[in-house]
Design a protein around this ligand. Sequence first.
Ligand code: NG6
Ligand code: CA
Length: 517
Amino acid sequence: MSFRRSLPFLILLAFAACAPSMRMPAPEQPPNIVLIYADDLGYGDVSANGATRISTPNIDRIAREGLRFTHAHSAAATCTPSRFAMLTGQYAFRQAGTNVLPGDAAAIIPPGRVTLASILKEAGYTTGVVGKWHLGLGPDGGPDWNGEIRPGPLEIGFDYAFLMPATGDRVPTVYVENHRVVGLDPSDPIQVSFKEKVGSEPTGRENPELLTLHPSHGHDFTIVNGISRIGYMSGGKSARWQDTTMARVFASKAVEFIEQHRDERFFLFFSTHDIHVPRVPHRDFAGRSGMGPRGDAILQLDWQVGQVLDALDRLGLRENTLVIFSSDNGPVVDDGYQDQAVELLGDHRPAGPFRGGKYSAFEGGTRVATLVRWPGVVPAGRTSNALISQVDFPATMAALAGVKLPSDAAPDSEDQLAALLGRSDQGREYLIEQATARHLAIVRGRWKYIPPNQGPRVSANTNTELGNDPEPQLYDLEADPGETRNVAAEHPDIVQELSTLLGQVVGEFPPPRASAE
Ligand code: NG6
Ligand code: CA
C-alpha cells in the first residue's frame, strides 16, 4: 500500500485511537472468528458447490461474499479424529484412542494442551463452543454426569461451552453447559453404559414397536424420543433433549454468545448436529426439501447459518468477523436409520464430483465444502484451488491473531493464512487424508496415492466406497477428480515417492502411546 493511499486510513486510525468507543473496521486488527462446523455435510450438499436439488441460500451467501475452496479437507473422514486434529493441529493417527468415541469416553485432549481455542484465548479472545463435542469429557473412566463434568472444553482454552457431549445418536441425550448437565433433577440421576444395559427403559432391539424411527444398522439400544440410540441410558428424564428443537437451541446459544461478547474480540466454534443422524428436523423444515429428512436437515443447517449471519449484521459485526464454514467429514446417506435418505436421493450427489464419502480414503471422505468470508479483506465471490487442511487452523489462526506458537505445539499445522484469506493459491505442498488411523492417503500436487489396504471395498452398513484395494492406487486428481482410473501401474516412480513421503510423515512424530487402533 503506498503512503498516499494509506494516508486517509492512517488518519482514520489515529482518530479511532482517540475515540476508543467508536466502532470502525480496522483490517489490521485480528477479527472475531466464527467457525461454523457442520456434521457429515458433503462437498456437493450445498448449492454453492453445484447442488441443484437443494438450495442453501445462507451458506451460499458466505461464498458470494467470500472465498470458496475446492480443495480444502477435513483431517479425517470421521468426526472424532477430524475434530481432534483441527483443535490440536496434530494428526489424529499419531495419538491412540482418537477413533470415533463412545458417548461416555474420557477427554482425549488433556488439560493444558495447546489448542485452537487456547491459542486464541492467549491472544485475548473470548472463546466459546456451542454444539457437538465428541472429543470425550471427564477423567480416565469417563465423566460423572451427575456432578462436575471436567476436564472438557473449559480446560483446553474455551471460556464457555454448551454441548451435545458426543453425537445425536449416542447417549447421553442431554446438553452439558460448562461443567454441568442442563436441567438435571438430582433425584433422577443419569446412568450411562456402552457395555451393558442400565435401568429398565426399553431398547430398540427388545421393543421395536415403540420406535418412531427405525434403525437400518446398529442403533438399537435405549429408546429416547421414539428413537433407539447407541448405548444404554437411564434417568435424567428432565434433562433429555428434544431432537426436533436441537437446531433452535444451538442457534440461539450461538447467537447469545455473539451478543454477549460483541464488545470483546471473540472466537465461536459453532458445531452443529445437522446433518448427522438421527435426522429429525423441526416441523418448519420437515418435508420441505423433497429429499426426506437428510435434505430437510440441510435446510435446517442453512437456517442456522442464516441465524448467525443475521446476528453479525444486526450487531454491526459483519465487517470485523472472519466466518469460516466447513464440515467434519464427507457425506453418508444411510448412517444407521431408515429415514428415506437412500430412497429419495434421486440424482443428488452428496460428495459432488468426488468419489466415496464419510469413512472413505477417496476424496469424498475429507474434501468438504469450505467457505471463508471477511468483508474487505477476503475477496468476494472468488474460488481458490489451494490445498489446505483443517489441521492448519491452529497455526493459521495463531498467525492471524499475532501469537507465536510454542515450538512443540500443533506439530502438523501449517500457517496457511495467505491461502485462507485468498492472497495465495499455493496452499500445502502435500496433505494426509485419514480414513482410519491405519488407512491413510496422501495428496501432493495433482497426485493422490492410497496405499494397498485389505478390507471391504464397500461398507456393508453405509454402502460407501471405502477406498480399500489390495493394490496401490494412484489418481491424477487434475485429470480425474472422481478417482475413476488407477494409474499406479503407469507411474511406479510417483507411487514410490509418495509412499516414501507418507511413511516419513507418519514416522515423524511417533505416537506417544502404542497405537492399538
Ligand atoms: C458409527 C455409527 C454411525 C455414526 C458414526 C459416528 C453405527 C453402526 N454407526 O459407529 O451411525 O454415529 O459412528 O459419526 O453405530 S461421526 O460423524 O460422529 O464420526
Ligand atoms: Ca461427522
